[in-house]
Design a protein around this ligand. Structure first.
Ligand code: ZN
Length: 199
């Protein structure tokens, strides 16, 4: 194998480590990049180098941006007294895409897990409790995944805030917008029925 081919193979191997890409699609992506060297590959390489140098975690909420404090935490209009707790930055970005929440966020960086020995100290839970105290938070919205560990974490946080006067709420679970009942699993239908509301 020539040296040039080795470089391309090394690039394919790196690309194949990306979520959602296997060796076959990595190979196809690299071939596409090489064919579109000027229009796609060069700007992509430049953007990746820039973000690799500047990306960092927000010191308050754990969001990822390019400043020490993220745009949301710096925006005074978002000091609504509501804080939305999510497991991962991807969840925060998903909530922002929905454009429905006007408060601030807190990224835990995972969930409590007895199996993997993840306790509150491994997550950003102590930081969350400090922020609730310091930022005059009156409502904590738990937007955690509907998994066993997600729900264990939700209960832990709710218990930690018991008696503080802070309202603890969670996102409703149930029928997705545009969803058809016939396609839902039993757990979702049960959750939707429990969360029913008067029209
Ligand atoms: Zn932030």
């Amino acid at each position: 194998m020539s040296e040039a081919t080795r470089d391309i193979e090394a690039l394919i191997e790196l690309m194949a480590r990306l979520p959602g890409l296997g060796p076959r699609s990595a190979r196809r992506a690299v071939l596409h990049l090489i064919k579109k060297r000027g229009a796609v590959m060069a700007p992509l390489a430049k953007a990746m180098a820039e973000v690799a140098a500047s990306a960092r975690e927000c010191a308050h909420c754990g969001n990822i941006g390019t400043a020490d404090i993220c745009d949301i935490c710096r925006d005074d209009r978002r000091a609504t007294g509501e804080i939305c707790v999510v497991e991962d930055v991807a969840d925060l970005w998903a909530m922002e895409r929905g454009q429905a929440f006007k408060g601030r966020y807190h990224v835990l960086g995972g969930t409590l897990s007895a199996l993997d020995a993840v306790g509150p100290e491994e997550l950003r839970i102590p930081k969350l409790l400090a922020r609730i105290r310091d930022e005059g938070i009156h409502e904590v919205i738990l937007a955690l995944n509907a998994t066993v560990d997600g729900q264990t974490t939700a209960h832990y946080i709710a218990e930690a805030l018991d008696g503080t006067g802070v309202a603890v709420t969670s996102l409703a679970q149930g029928v997705p917008i545009g969803g058809e009942l016939d396609y839902l699993d039993d757990g979702t239908i049960q959750a939707a029925l429990r969360a029913r509301k008067r029209l």
